[in-house]
Design a protein around this ligand. Sequence first.
Ligand code: NAD
Length: 478
Amino acid sequence: MTKVTVAKGDGIGPEIMDATLDIIKAAGAKIEIDEIEVGEKVYLSGNTSGIAKESWDIIRRNKVFLKAPITTPQGGGYKSLNVTTRKMLGLFANVRPCQSLYPFVETKHPKMDIVIIRENEEDLYAGIEHRQTDEVVQCLKLISRPGCEKIIRYAFEYAKQYARKKVTCFTKDNIMKQTDGLFHQIFNEIGQEYPEIEQEHWIIDIGAAKMADTPEAFDVIVTLNLYGDVLSDIAAQIAGSVGLAGSANIGTECAMFEAIHGSAPRRAGQNVANPSGLLQGAILMLTHIGQSDIAEKVQNAWLKTLEDGIHTYDIYKEGISTQKVGTHEFAQAVIARLGQKPQKLVPVNYANSKELVLKPYVRKAPAKKDLVGFDLFLHWSGNNANELGAKVEALNTSRVKLNMISNRGIKVYPDGFSETFLTDHWRCRFKADDDQTVTLDELISIMNQFVANGLDIIKTENLYKFDGKLAYSLGQGQ
Ligand code: NAD
């Protein structure tokens, strides 16, 4: 028996959760359920995180969490429970299989069978945002080596366990050479440990276009958080319906399983919702807790039900479907087919499926880090880069010299273009001649002069070389 925390959620949540639990219990799932309340009621009771402290205790004790969709109330102040749960519990991998079920579920892509493995904790989702000037706000994109290593290793181990042939990495490292560049570099490094698996990298824009057009060209896809978020919804939709996909959120200690869709409040309480997305989440959970025989039995019965044309309204099509059923009746139809296999769709075999256990992350020896300059960011309402350049050049900055000024990343001084649009957010880059190292005392002395001359510093960044290699981007146009 495995203890599982269950939250029935909001909207259609309770109906699809009941249907899902009925099916997996009828299939013989050895689980004991600990139910908690999360979501709308908890939010509206004044708890802005949507979950009580006692519920966290239960989730952390049981370590396996099956969650129905919840409604996040409109209006400010309510934190997304999904994002909080993923980060608090260290659920670094989001795994979303997207497979078409042609010809039983309509799709333009009959041969699609991909799994998107999305980094779940970092990237722009760190949620570190600041307004810095009248005109400019900022969101920090944080990418870490352990974050990349864990998700990329997970993708390769997943491919290995499920006998998948290829892992594709999607980044935008032609632009973001440090952040996306690190992800790509680590993909190449870890890929070397898996020579039997084909590996490729696509720039996300053209890669996403290719995936939407020819998804059969992909197998396992691994990518950063934001790209994965967008890509995985597209993948689920083009496979047939977002109502059919489930996802697993996997951490070293805990895991959470869910449908990918929301609480569909307009459909709530009518016994019409499709429970398949949550059922897919529950199947991923059964594999994770070592009950892959039950997972296989449920998945094959589900495929057989769809193949028999027993469909909820969202996938019902004259000529393909044989019967339009409600949530409860769909669950009963799956239960009636437990032990059967699909005849036309390919039956699944989960004999080798189990929880993936990854090699632990090992921190590398520190690199040699040299401070070679600094960027001072200013809020300045002037409109002429040469004027700001002259002001800064007039300061006594000794051997540390103004190297350039940029505005939103584009070099505007010296030798800027009059066509470049200027905001009130400026960056002054300082470096010593010949890339000599500089000191923080020199930075402080320059900052003091800025303050004395009425220049409004909003933040600074240090420029480093790590092991002799530049570890910052040049200004665009520099
Ligand atoms: P939604 O996914 O709830 O609904 C989108 C559309 O898909 C609707 O037309 C809906 O009727 C349909 N649909 C969704 N699931 C279905 C199912 N199982 N069967 C049949 N039809 C289904 O997205 P939304 O309307 O943007 O969001 C509604 C609420 O859900 C919001 O409060 C949002 O914050 C929340 N939400 C929660 C989660 C989660 O808990 N994981 C995820 C997304 C959205």
